[in-house]
Design a protein around this ligand. Structure first.
Ligand SMILES: *[C@@H]1O[C@H](CO)[C@@H](O)[C@H](O)[C@H]1NC(C)=O
Length: 330
């Protein structure tokens, strides 16, 4: 029975591309990490969903498509990392609205709802935007050391994912100016310039995203732009009697029932919570930074920013530490 059902699903999934489809409307939904959200999709008028197939899929930035959920009458199947996280709301027999629980950083993007009964197919696209922040990243090894796979791993280690073009573009419109080129999740390499100047592509060029285009994912070595979303937990500077080296910093957070914070945590706290602290502190990757949202003398006089001190020798007892305590799951 189960085997038969899977076979039917495979057949169904591959026979979906009906001609003369029209995307009827487009909706935007905004959410934060950990939220439960609904992506609306409804049949209008007399017709009900009885006997229809419903397919929810996600359109990825590299224009591939991922199955999210397929429903045929009583049979429902969720796919990949959507298993156990998605269901149909089914408030009435016109309703194909999808619920996604515990939203993650990689869930942003365009979702497509298709209702198929052979005669009138309805397609609804919903753009899901996860509130977050884009930040440039390069590891201790230094600038231009990451191929695409390394870049994905580097963002993941900072509680983030590789940013999309739209996300970097949004951050550029908010004033991000960065003179080092970094990977985006579509395999291109770009950098955002708001103040054109000689060393960053020319002083006479216009502001914008400068692109190197698609690069070789194995051999190309650049920095990366990471995207992280609002925190599911508390980011804080740990008050300590004296300055710490890296190992002491890691242990101090542990003793406080927390972990040493990641670069994604400091950016999310700074950008989305206005966190401000003029003390340089260790982070998990061995870098030292501090978040300034109210620019002032001796901290970051000219701009709100996460200031980067560097990747100091881990034995130096010169800094404080930022910790992160994940919110307990009830
Ligand atoms: C989201 O839904 C899940 C499962 O239905 C529930 O356990 C959880 O409390 C909800 N979370 C929020 C933030 O509402």
């Amino acid at each position: 029975m189960i085997a038969l059902f899977s076979l039917a699903l495979v057949f169904f999934a591959s026979s979906l591309h009906v001609e003369a489809q029209e995307i009827e409307s487009r909706i935007k939904v905004y959410a934060g990490r950990g939220d439960n959200i609904t992506l609306p999709c409804k049949l209008e008028g007399q017709s009900n969903l009885f006997g229809n197939r419903i397919k929810w899929s996600k359109l990825e930035d590299d224009s591939s498509e991922t199955d999210v959920l397929i429903s045929m009458g009583l049979y429902k199947k969720a796919y990949g990392n959507f298993q156990n996280r998605v269901y149909l709301l089914e408030t009435d027999d016109h309703d194909a609205t999808l619920v996604i629980t515990d939203l993650g950083v990689s869930d942003y993007g365009t979702y497509r709802c298709e209702i198929i009964n052979g005669m009138t197919d309805k397609i609804q696209e919903v753009d899901l935007e996860v509130q977050g922040v884009v930040f440039p990243y390069s590891p201790r090894l230094g600038r231009y050391n990451l191929n695409f796979q390394n870049a994905e791993a580097a963002c993941l280690e900072q509680d983030a994912v590789v940013a999309s073009f739209e996300q970097l573009y949004g951050e550029w419109r908010n004033g991000l100016d960065w003179c080092n080129a970094g990977w985006l999740n579509d395999g291109t390499v770009q950098y955002p310039i708001t103040k054109p100047r000689e060393p960053c592509g020319g002083a006479k060029t216009s502001a914008g995203l400068r692109t190197y285009g698609l690069r070789n994912k194995n051999n190309g070595r650049y920095d990366v732009f990471c995207f992280t979303a609002s925190l599911k937990g508390r980011f804080y500077y740990l008050i300590q009697p004296k300055k710490l080296n890296y190992e002491e910093a890691v242990n101090a957070c542990k003793r406080d029932g927390a972990e040493i914070a990641k670069v994604g945590h400091i950016y999310a706290a700074w950008k989305l919570q206005g966190y401000d602290r003029c003390d340089a502190g260790w982070l998990a990757d061995g870098s030292v930074r501090y978040p300034i949202s109210r620019p002032r003398k001796n901290c970051s006089p000219n701009e709100a920013a996460v200031r980067f001190v560097g990747f100091p020798d881990k034995k130096q007892k010169l800094y404080g530490v930022y910790c992160f305590k994940a919110r307990e799951v009830e």
